[in-house]
Design a protein around this ligand. Structure first.
Ligand code: G3H
Ligand code: 13P
Ligand code: ZN
Length: 360
């Protein structure tokens, strides 16, 4: 099956009321685990590659790997998405390598550290949306800065993340500004900030409304009911995985992620794409620790990687079921990029504001 665009997939998700996990990938084992899970439950797939992943595997390896996965699983629509593009060139070269969707994260400057002002964000996101839409590819923008409401700081993942103290005005997306941003940039999906951050250390206690502001999601959805919302930093960091990691020599201090029931609440309020990387990393590395502790003489990497893939497959399958993604793949007929480009050109895919309601 041809690769699907994010826009087509999220339009389908919105029509039917489900969410789609966007799993980060860096290698073949993660790609296979996600596709095996998707095939088992008939779920469409979003795989996303960060700049770090592109550097790790290489663009040619990544894009050929995705081609191989689409050939192996022709019944599963697969969207290949650039995670946290930092500038126009990152997004353009992703599309050149077969990505059907890009995130232009203009909430930060190109160094992926300095918080950007609103006009910079609008300008760069609009320019990427114009370019991507000529080709038919989709664009996710971000308004607001990811980071903790507990301590007012971003969490760095491989150099990506806001530096220094960030105010609550930036850590929580402003619903009025969100309306203006979508209108000005014509993004297909909007990532918003509501207290989540990347990595394992999101919350020092089970999150409540003080530190995970799901009310912001609800308010933005009230203002922009036709816009697909994206939750970043949405790993749940399951206790069982933390325990397993620590039982075999790991040293992960107790931490809390985003509870699945909060994500389900988001999906009821316009969240269509849910970004998950940490949980997949933890599922695999907890198994690496277990194998290296229990089979100390083992030196065949497959004896580590195979059970690690099994663990990641189970995690992905659970999320496909919990988010309602399961059961939707075989129904979807992929619209080619050229046809998407035509639709953008005609204005048919311009953002809609017809069901908007005023602020509560
Ligand atoms: O954006 C955050 C993702 O977890 C990607 O992380 O840059 O280490 O690949 P990475
Ligand atoms: P986690 O670190 O919570 O998995 O978030 C990943 C993410 O948001 C990638 O963009
Ligand atoms: Zn992210």
């Amino acid at each position: 099956m041809a690769k699907i665009t994010l826009r087509q997939l999220l339009d389908d998700a919105a029509e039917r009321g489900y969410g789609v996990p966007a799993f980060n990938i860096n290698n073949m084992e993660q790609g296979l685990a996600i596709m095996e899970a998707a095939a088992a439950v008939d779920a469409p797939v979003i795989m996303q590659a960060s700049r770090g992943a592109r550097g790790y595997a290489g663009d040619i390896m990544l894009s050929r790997m995705i081609d191989a996965l689409t050939e192996m699983y022709p019944q599963i629509p697969l969207c290949l998405h650039q995670d946290h593009g930092n500038e126009e060139a990152t997004c353009a070269t992703a599309i050149q390598h077969g990505f059907t969707s890009v995130m232009m994260d203009g909430s930060l400057k190109a160094d992926a550290m300095t918080v950007a002002d609103y006009d910079y964000n609008v300008g760069i996101t609009r320019s990427v949306a114009t370019m991507a839409h000529w080709i038919g590819a989709s664009v996710e923008g971000e308004l607001g800065v990811l980071g903790s409401l507990e301590h007012g700081a971003g969490e760095k993942e491989d150099g990506h993340g806001a530096e220094g103290e960030i105010g609550h005005d930036q850590l929580l997306t402003d619903p009025d500004q969100a309306v203006d941003f979508v209108r000005a940039t014509k993004v297909d999906a909007l990532a918003i900030a509501m207290g989540t951050s990347h990595g394992a250390y999101k919350f020092t206690r089970k999150p409540d409304g003080e530190i995970l502001a799901m009310r912001v999601v609800e308010e933005i959805h009230r203002r922009l009911p036709d816009t697909h919302l994206v939750m970043h930093g949405s790993s749940s960091v399951p206790q069982a995985l933390q325990d397993m990691f620590n039982a075999f020599g790991g040293e992960m201090p107790q931490t809390w992620g985003v509870p699945v029931e909060e994500i389900a609440r988001g999906i009821k309020h316009g969240v269509r794409k849910v970004n998950i990387d940490t949980d997949c990393r933890l599922a695999m590395t907890a198994v690496f620790r277990k194998v290296s502790t229990q089979a100390r003489g083992e030196f065949d990497p497959r004896k580590f990687l195979k059970p690690a893939m099994d663990a990641m497959r189970e995690l992905c399958r659970e999320r496909f079921e919990q988010f309602g993604t399961a059961g939707n793949a075989s129904r979807i007929k992929v619209i080619p990029l050229a046809e998407m480009a035509k639709r953008y050109r005609s204005g048919a895919l311009d953002p809609e504001f017809k069901n908007m309601t005023a602020a509560a």
